[in-house]
Every structure is written in structure tokens, then in C-alpha cells.
Design a protein around this ligand. Structure first.
Ligand code: HEM
Length: 410
């Protein structure tokens, strides 16, 4: 074990330390102990008013969606946007002019976007695909269910009633970010991000009208800028920290490129420049400040986790994992504390076997151990994750990200 990983293992009390300071602070303590003190000088633009993102939403998209709902045109807008798929595609004729104006502006890459870095990130995604599949495809989903505000928002919104469809839609976004042409003209990342920004603004309009959500949530408006940042850190920041923990060699250039891909993505999702971290150090500091105060257990999160792991275990050939194996992989990935919040059952046999097996597979890929050292179960996990994501890609072909028109019915 390197000095770095030994130190991190000590900090975390044994499990993965990829969630950083989360393990050291309880959610209730955290907000009262630390206000927002992350400086905009650490952001991609190096400046800003430093306002607390807990009280900022999306000042451009939110009033627009409010107006579109008032005019009763969301159904028509969804129809028109159904075939808007490529980054370089013109917007369809017939869109309301205020929406068109917003989208023409929202689809533009930020001035600070760097195409060389985006190309390098695409290559990095390809070369580290297996680790990223596990970290973003499985880890990101399981962490989201341990964020109470997100778990409740997802559970009580329309998509919460049909998690198959929701995961398929989210996979469209995931594949777009991870693909080789993410931000090239023929790619789809700009489209999926702008559509998602509209979906989030619609959710801010709809959820406050749900008596179920309003009865459970402390906030009056969902999906603040802080909430967006929290979820963002469960994706690239968690993946980078986890891969470092696994001792995957990553050059500085690749790490910077991967961060850049996600900086541009954050921007297109409507996260303000002044909150987007400029460097990994700035990202880790921000993540440590806001994850702790935004994570914890909820009954909704436990139910959503059960559905997600059930979906992974339900898959059949060529690779299939039993539910106990899925539980153990999940626990290994997100650590004991979050796994307990998510209500993931302990598996005495697999909780011991899977971490060792997965570590061997990662080491084998780096040429550090010979093939016979890799237990069969590690290959099964790798293949099962690939199949799981492919399945959702296929399902994703039948669905598209659409603006919701209602909340969860019951
Ligand atoms: C929808 C991604 C943050 C709650 C979506 C969709 C994507 C997405 C791709 C469209 C899929 C669908 O409609 O089911 C992201 C990303 C985020 C983020 C990348 C941050 C980087 C959040 C946060 C919350 C949230 C912080 C809540 C606190 C929702 C809800 C929906 C949604 C409720 C709509 C579900 C529905 O009614 O169908 N998000 N999201 N998201 N997101 Fe997010």
C-alpha cells in the first residue's frame, strides 16, 4: 500500500476514502459548523460574488419553464424536441420564441472550453472504461440515493414511479458524456445537458405542488446550485478519488482533461461559473465541504437503492450476478457508512471476497499481477456492469429525456 492510500484508509477507518471528509462529519453537524466558504477565486473563471449556492437556483431557466407551464405548451415542446439529437443540429421550427432564445444561448460551449482537453478526456474515458463504468454507472447512482434531497426529488417526481425508464434516460446522459464525440458536432452531450437543464427547471416548478414531496422535504424549491454541485461530485470527483484509491495510474494531463470534460458539462447543466472548480484540489475542497452536510439515510433512498440493485441482479446471461454479490460490490464501492444509509444488506462471504477480487482485476489491467491471480468473480462483475449499461443503452434508444408534465401520480 502506498503512503497515500494508507493515510486515506486510516482517515476512513478502513473502507474506501473516496468520499473524503464525509466519513468524518455527521450531516447534522456539518451545516452549522461550516457555512459556505469556498472561494470563487478557485473556480474556472476565478471570480464571483461568493454567494451561498444553497440559495441559488437557475435564474434563466426557472422563470422560462414557469411561463411555458402557464401557457400550457410543454407537451408541444416535448414533441418538437423529440428529434433534436445532435450537438450541431438546428433547433426545430415552431419552438416558442422565448424558449428558442434561451436554448440558442444555453447550447453554446463556455468561452473557456478547450477542445484539445475534451478530446483527451474522450480517450481517457475509453482507456479507463471499466473503472468508470463501475464508479459512475453504479457508484454515482448509489450515492445519489444517499442524498436525501435528491432521493426525495427523484422518488416524488414522475420518473420515481418508473425507475426502469428513469435509469434508461439518465444513461442517455451518461453515454453522451462518456462517448468519444461527446462535444464534437456529431455528439449528443450538448443536447442531453440542455434538455436536462430544462427538466430540472420543470421539476423546480412541479415538485412544490406535490403534497407528498412538500410533506417530506425541508426546502421549498428543489435542486439548488449546491444540490447540483453535490451530485456533480458523486460523479467525476468520486470516480477520480476511487481510481486513485485503487492505485490506477493516471497522468496529470489525463486527470486535468477528465476534470475539464466535467467542468464543461457542469456549465451546460446550468451550474454557474463561479461554483465550478478550476482544479482537482479545488474540487476536493468543495466536495469535502458540501457532501457531508447533504448526505444521509431516507426511506425513499432505501427503496430506490433496492430497485437499482434489483435491476442489476435481475440480468441474465452472459454475465449475471446474484443479489448478494451486487450488495457486496455496492458496499465495497460506496463504503460501509453510505451502504448502511442505503439499507444494503451485509454479505459475510461476498463482502470479503469481492474487494479482493476487484482489486486483483484492476492490478492485472496495469500489468502488476498475472492473469491466474484474478478470481472469476472479478470478470463476472466487469462483464455484468458492461451488460447492465448496454441494456440501458438499448432501452435508451426507445426513450428520450423529456420535460415532465406532472409529479409521481400517487
Ligand atoms: C432528471 C442528471 C442533479 C433531480 C435528470 C435527468 C438527467 C439528470 C440526465 C433526465 C432523466 C430523467 O428525466 O429521468 C443530473 C445531473 C445532475 C443532476 C448530471 C448533477 C450534476 C440533480 C439534483 C436533483 C435532481 C441535485 C435533486 C435534488 C432530478 C429529477 C429529475 C431529474 C427529480 C426528473 C425525474 C422525472 O420526473 O422524470 N437529472 N441531475 N437532479 N433530476 Fe437530475
Amino acid at each position: 500500500m502506498t503512503e497515500f492510500s494508507r493515510r486515506r484508509a486510516l482517515i476512513s477507518g478502513g473502507g474506501l476514502a473516496a468520499l473524503g471528509a464525509l466519513v468524518a462529519t455527521s450531516p447534522a453537524q456539518a451545516r452549522s459548523l461550516v457555512g459556505w466558504n469556498w472561494s470563487p477565486s478557485r473556480s474556472v473563471v476565478g471570480t464571483g460574488d461568493g454567494g451561498d449556492p444553497h440559495r441559488v437556483w437557475d435564474s434563466e431557466a426557472d422563470p422560462l419553464l414557469e411561463a411555458l407551464f402557464d401557457r400550457g405548451v410543454i407537451g408541444k415542446v416535448n414533441e418538437l424536441l423529440w428529434n433534436w439529437e445532435r450537438n450541431d443540429q438546428s433547433l426545430p421550427n415552431g419552438l416558442p420564441s422565448d424558449l428558442r432564445e434561451f436554448m440558442e444561448h444555453a447550447r453554446r460551449l463556455p468561452e473557456w472550453a478547450d477542445h484539445d482537453k475534451l478530446d483527451r478526456a474522450a480517450e481517457f474515458n475509453k482507456s479507463r472504461g471499466s473503472c468508470l463504468n463501475v464508479c459512475n454507472g453504479l457508484g454515482g447512482g448509489l450515492l445519489a440515493t444517499a442524498i436525501p434531497k435528491e432521493a426525495r426529488a427523484v422518488y416524488y417526481s414522475a420518473g420515481g414511479a418508473d425507475m426502469e425508464d428513469r435509469v434508461a434516460k439518465t444513461s442517455l446522459f451518461g453515454f453522451a458524456v462518456g462517448s468519444l464525440d461527446a462535444y464534437r458536432p456529431e455528439g449528443t452531450c450538448v443536447v442531453e445537458c440542455v434538455k436536462t437543464r430544462l427538466v430540472h427547471a420543470a421539476v423546480r416548478h412541479l415538485l412544490p405542488q406535490s403534497p407528498h414531496w412538500a410533506g417530506r422535504a425541508a426546502e421549498e424549491i428543489p435542486i439548488s446550485q449546491e444540490d447540483m454541485l453535490v451530485t456533480w461530485h458523486t460523479l467525476p470527483t468520486f470516480a477520480m478519488r476511487t481510481m486513485r484509491e485503487w492505485e490506477v495510474p493516471i497522468s496529470d494531463g489525463d486527470a486535468e482533461a477528465y476534470l475539464h470534460l466535467w467542468q464543461v458539462t457542469a456549465y451546460l447543466l446550468g451550474i454557474a461559473d463561479e461554483y465550478i472548480p478550476a482544479t482537482w484540489d479545488a474540487a476536493y475542497a468543495q466536495s469535502d465541504q458540501i457532501l457531508a452536510r447533504n448526505m444521509g439515510p431516507t426511506p425513499e433512498g432505501v427503496k430506490l437503492t433496492d430497485i437499482l440493485l434489483g435491476q442489476l441482479a435481475e440480468q441474465t446471461s452472459p454475465a449475471s450476478l446474484s443479489r448478494p454479490q451486487c450488495n457486496a460490490m455496492a458496499r465495497y464501492l460506496i463504503g460501509d457508512r453510505v451502504a448502511d444509509w442505503d439499507g444494503i444488506q451485509r454479505e459475510p462471504l461476498w463482502d470479503r471476497v469481492i474487494p479482493e477480487a476487484w482489486t486483483m482485476l484492476v492490478k492485472f489491467r496495469e500489468g502488476l499481477v498475472p492473469l491466474p491471480a484474478v478470481p472469476e468473480i472479478a470478470w463476472t462483475i466487469d462483464e455484468a456492469m458492461r451488460q447492465y449499461l448496454l441494456l440501458h443503452l438499448t432501452k435508451g434508444e426507445e426513450t428520450k429525456i423529456e420535460i415532465p408534465t406532472h409529479n409521481r401520480p400517487e
